[in-house]
Design a protein around this ligand. Structure first.
Ligand code: TLP
Length: 358
């Protein structure tokens, strides 16, 4: 524990705003994991995995679910299921599937990404989507898929509305192609909108959501879709080495997460808003708090005295952790374990460090 005694749920002693992936499992998750009934899931015989998959499908309004190890694995399994080699998938130039998965879709699947610019609100322009869908011509790859990310991480955890999701679904239907939703944080979107996540998945052929972000599980994501899709996705999970045995040991935490950890995401959103509003009055950085809708806050470090790395190092000395590379646009993420008093401490530390720079 650091000299500040800052956090209740993290073991590193920092107010760790690097990501919601740093969350630790709750007491009831640990208990459920200890008590989980297990079987061999490659035989389909782990009752806890089966329960999590059914519960996930039910929450997202789909026929079936498939437990995978990570969001990256879930997205890749889905892309491989929708597309063959040389097929094209439309996605945002700031989508996680495009920028942060090592180009896995093309590297491992031969899938050709067709990127469109993410708008500041996280969406892809509907006319641009329509225009990007290829006609039948022997020169062209075949367009098979539209990938949408909700919430959209790198534009600031932006929430895509059910109306937008269904407009994308309509376009896909007209052109007989599919929609995949990278819903790593779909429950953040649902809670921000005050609706069931199923309303956001209604027009998706597949969706991946993460258990190991704001929902605080130690690992895991779930893919949902119809029975036939999940049957094929299961084959693709296996070829990627994702066939698991007594996986109920962590599926048990997933069940607790879906039952106990969704509604509290609202606390993370409120804390993110408070953080953004506090940051907006500190000289040396710029931020528009009005665009903070969920648990992700981006600000621009304008104080010329600091490189992002030097700034992060000074904040770390004051007990606050965030990632900083070369870019002056810096991300902070709120999550389980970050409470209002941590936000207050963080704002004070920002003021002090940037005050030195004035
Ligand atoms: N995001 C991580 C990093 O990879 C950037 C984070 O800290 O935000 N889709 C979205 C929208 C994501 O944000 C992430 C992870 C993933 C997929 C991949 O999930 P994992 O890390 O479980 O493979």
């Amino acid at each position: 524990m650091s000299m500040y005694d800052l956090t209740t749920h993290q073991t590193n002693g920092y107010i760790d705003l690097r990501s919601d992936t740093v969350t630790q499992p709750t007491e009831s998750m640990r208990k459920a994991m200890y008590e989980a009934e297990l079987g061999d899931d490659v035989y389909g015989e782990d009752p806890t995995v089966n329960r999590l998959q059914e519960l996930s499908a039910q929450k997202l309004g789909k026929e079936a679910g498939l437990l995978v190890l990570s969001g990256t694995m879930g997205n890749l399994v889905c892309l491989l299921t929708h597309c063959g080699r040389g097929d094209e998938a439309i996605m945002g130039n700031r989508a996680h599937t495009f920028s942060s998965e090592q180009g896995a879709a093309s590297g491992l699947g031969g899938i050709h990404p067709h990127t469109l610019p993410n708008q500041p609100d996280g969406t892809l322009d509907l006319r641009q989507i329509e225009a990007a869908i290829r006609g039948d011509n022997e020169h062209y790859p075949r367009t098979k898929l539209i990938c949408i990310e909700n919430t959209q991480n790198s534009t600031g955890g932006r929430v895509l509305s059910p109306a937008y999701m269904s407009a994308v679904g309509q376009i896909a239907k007209q052109h007989q192609i599919s929609v995949h939703v990278d819903g790593a944080r779909i429950f953040n979107a649902a809670v921000a909108l005050g609706m069931d996540a199923s309303a956001l998945a209604a027009d998706a052929d597949s969706l991946t959501f993460c258990l190991s972000k704001g929902l605080a599980c130690p690992l895991g994501s779930v893919v949902v879709g119809d029975e036939d899709f999940v049957h094929e996705a299961r084959r693709n999970r296996k070829i990627l080495g994702g066939g698991m045995r007594q996986a109920g040991i962590f599926a048990a935490a997933g069940i607790v997460a879906l039952n106990e950890m969704v509604e509290r995401l609202d606390d993370d959103h409120r804390n993110a808003k408070t953080l953004a509003e506090g940051l907006s009055v500190i000289p040396g950085m710029t931020i528009d708090p009005s665009i903070v809708e969920t648990n992700i806050v981006y600000f621009e470090l304008t104080a010329p005295k600091f490189t992002p790395g030097a700034f992060a190092a000074r904040m770390k000395e004051r007990g606050v952790l965030f990632s900083a590379g070369a870019a002056r646009r810096i991300r902070l993420v709120t999550h389980y374990g970050i409470e209002l008093h941590h936000i207050t401490h963080t704002l004070r530390a920002f003021s002090q460090v940037l005050g030195e720079a004035a």
